[in-house]
Design a protein around this ligand. Structure first.
Ligand SMILES: [Mn+2]
Length: 312
């Protein structure tokens, strides 16, 4: 039994924490654990502060059990895919042990026990390791969760961290009953009409900077309202503009509360995690994010563009 499983077995009630503004890796990593805990009768809750606005993965077993209400009692936190404690969306009670499972290079080792592997393409792969190292059953439901996390964080097996190991894991997940074709129906061939209304409007905002190396797009609240779309339905636009041959860095801006939130993606070996960290953000080499304290998107765009030098 690994130290992580020892910590789990010694606990009475576990709080699994996924990060604010969730993505499929954090949610599916948590659900893989939740499905195991449920089968093993280990008491737990999966917490996500923003779950009410995230419905994309409702086909995963136990998705409906994720809550934005903290339990009254918990004596272990397992955080998945959270680079720092601010990503929890709440302040944990002092002294509660934290099992920190993550693959962000910027992870601050804030846990009592840290399973951090920044070479790993997804947190879901680290959860897979946890199952294998502890000889735990990977059920079909768990295999589906792990596939979603890996598929999503590798952008469909296309990022530079996708390697033989990724495909070895996927091969095992197929052994455990996960069917990639069925998953593609659920993940890819499942778009809303609103998405196709909003994406052209987001693409209309496309501006190229630095001789075309940097692309910026944005969305405003009234556009979302007109189209009946959510922010998540705009996200493919970011990957689309990154696909333009000359573009090295693509950024998506939107106002959230009193700040402008920026998602940054890159290719051609361009590191954007340092750019995000200049604005107290973080992430990976090719995918990072940050916020700027302004509700003026054009101002936020010029602030970021100023920080991009020839090297990154
Ligand atoms: Mn991740």
């Amino acid at each position: 039994m690994t130290k992580a499983l020892e910590l789990i077995k010694a606990s009475r009630y576990i709080l699994i924490v996924t990060h604010i503004n969730p993505d499929p890796d954090t949610i599916s990593s948590a659900l893989a654990l939740s499905n195991y805990f449920h089968d093993a009768k280990i008491k737990h809750t999966v917490y996500n502060k923003d779950i009410k606005t995230f419905t994309a993965l409702k086909f995963l077993n136990r998705f409906d059990k994720i809550t934005d209400v903290l339990p009254k009692f918990y004596d272990l936190i397992i955080s998945v895919d959270c680079g720092d404690k601010k990503r929890f969306g709440f302040v944990p009670i002092d002294g509660i042990p934290i099992l920190n499972i993550d693959h962000h290079i910027s992870n601050e080792d804030f846990g009592t026990l840290n399973i951090i592997e920044s070479n790993s393409a997804s947190t879901a792969e680290l959860i897979y390791d946890f199952f294998v190292k502890n000889f735990l059953d990977i059920t079909k439901d768990i295999a589906k969760c792990l596939y979603v996390g890996i598929y999503s964080d590798t952008q469909g097996f296309s990022t530079s961290r996708t390697n033989k190991r990724t495909f070895d894991i996927i091969s095992h997940l197929v052994d455990f009953g996960m069917n990639p074709g069925e998953m593609a129906d659920l993940l890819l061939r499942n778009d809303s009409l609103a998405k196709y209304r909003v994406i052209p409007k987001v693409l209309e905002t496309l501006t190229l900077h630095k001789e075309g190396r940097v692309a910026t797009i944005y969305v405003e609240d009234n556009t979302l309202q007109e189209c009946g779309a959510s922010l998540r339905e705009c996200e493919d636009a970011l990957n689309m503009v990154l696909n333009i041959a000359v573009v090295d860095i693509a950024m998506f801006f939107r106002v959230l509360g009193k700040k402008t939130r920026i998602s940054i993606r890159s290719k051609h070996n361009t590191d954007v995690s340092t750019l995000a960290s200049k604005f107290e953000g973080g992430g990976h080499k090719f995918a990072a994010g940050c916020s700027i304290k302004t509700t003026n998107i054009q101002e936020a765009i010029s602030m970021i563009i100023k920080e991009i030098d020839e090297k990154n």
